[in-house]
Design a binder for this molecule. Structure first.
Ligand SMILES: O=C(O)CCC(=O)C(=O)O
Ligand SMILES: [Fe+2]
Length: 359
């Protein structure tokens, strides 16, 4: 990703607005509620259709052949039909997760003067701030974020890393490594399920980038009229979301309706991004999702995005297309140009990024 050319319109910190105990929510955050479509299935509806699939990583990777095969089928079906699943027995230590939770809370509680030292700046998308704000009159999300490139190590911003409190840095390092290993295992299994050449997958991700978006959604007294995060699909290949507290909010678009994700305690939420939709030539579609805000309680999450090697070109996997019978549905593009396009626009559902690549 080239961050240098991406527009950044700086916006206020919502956390600071809330601390000021404002009585009126600024108009920039208030959505047209007729477009908001609050109707949604609840995922504790007992029918299987309304439940986001659960994948057991231990049985997928290390199970006896019967259980590993059946978990591979579950993975394939979850990726084809849901684009979202919860991952249990994922092997990331609960100690690391607990440390991360408390240190991230501390990060957002830092005094504003300290946060300003690690704030985004001209030509720099990393640190505290916001993405996808391209004009002064677009509606804003009711959230703050902290964005960081964790891998490969040579793409880190040393000054930003140095500015992160030491305990958080240690927790992030451990989490980053665990999530990278887990993502590579999942990508390997997806290649197998798709009958894609495993070397092709490996070659695209052997120097993959890992970026983290840490989201802080303050409570909002007009929670039904704002959005924590606008509807979007993720540009990356695979996203792993860890909810850092119990507050619900993530919703995914399934069959045209918004479905609330009820995070299983200790589980990770995995979702297919646009890069996998393109790479799989449409077999694993990315899914539109958004975040709602709670009226009284804050919500925190960390989304970890893995993307194809930054110096690569990508398009549908060669092993998955066979024209004229199976033509490529997307063109080939450099990862750099793909991300330039993504970060130059506001979040607007699923279309932007894929239309840029569609043939
Ligand atoms: O906060 C969440 O649960 C999801 C965040 C998300 O979709 C993102 O950061 O791309
Ligand atoms: Fe997302």
């Amino acid at each position: 990703m080239s961050s240098g050319s991406s527009p950044i319109v700086s916006v206020p910190s919502v956390h600071e607005l809330v601390k000021e105990k404002i009585t009126e929510i600024p108009d920039r955050y208030i959505r047209d509620t007729s477009n908001l479509d609050h109707e949604y299935h609840d995922s504790d509806d007992s029918s299987a259709k309304n439940n986001i699939p659960v994948i057991d990583l231990e049985s997928l990777l290390y199970g006896e052949s019967d259980s590993a095969n059946s978990e591979l089928e579950n993975l394939h079906s979850a990726c084809q039909h849901w684009g979202f699943f919860q991952l249990v027995n994922h092997g990331i230590s609960s100690l690391v997760i607990e440390k991360l939770k408390s240190e991230i809370r501390n990060l957002f509680e830092l005094p504003l003067e300290e946060k300003k030292m690690i704030w985004q700046g001209p030509g720099n998308m990393e640190g505290f701030g916001q993405h996808f704000v391209v004009s002064d009159d677009q509606k804003l999300d009711w959230s703050d974020m902290f964005f960081i490139t964790a891998l490969p190590i040579n793409m880190r911003k040393p000054q930003l890393f140095a500015g992160i409190p030491l305990l958080l840095r240690e927790a992030l390092e451990a989490y980053s490594l665990g999530i990278k290993n887990l993502t590579m295992s999942l990508l390997g299994k997806m290649a197998k399920a798709l009958k894609m050449d495993s070397d092709e997958m490996e070659g695209l991700f052997n120097d993959c980038s890992q970026r983290m978006r840490i989201n802080y959604y303050p409570p909002c007294p007009k929670s039904q009229q704002v959005l924590g995060l606008s509807p979007h699909s993720d540009a990356a290949a695979l996203t792993i979301v860890l909810q850092l507290n119990e507050t619900e909010g993530l919703q995914i678009r399934n069959d045209g309706k918004w479905v609330s994700v009820k995070a299983i305690p200790g589980a990770l939420v995995v979702n297919i991004g646009d890069m996998i939709e393109i790479l799989s030539n449409g077999a694993y579609p990315s899914i539109e999702h958004r975040v709602m805000v709670n009226p009284t309680i804050e919500r925190l999450s960390i989304a970890t995005f893995h993307s194809i090697n930054s110096d690569a070109e990508f398009g549908p996997a060669l092993s998955l297309i066979d024209p004229p019978r199976k033509p490529a549905l997307f063109r080939t593009e450099t990862v750099q140009k793909y991300y330039q396009n993504f970060f130059a626009q506001k979040l607007n559902g699923k279309a932007n990024n894929l239309d840029f690549m569609r043939i």
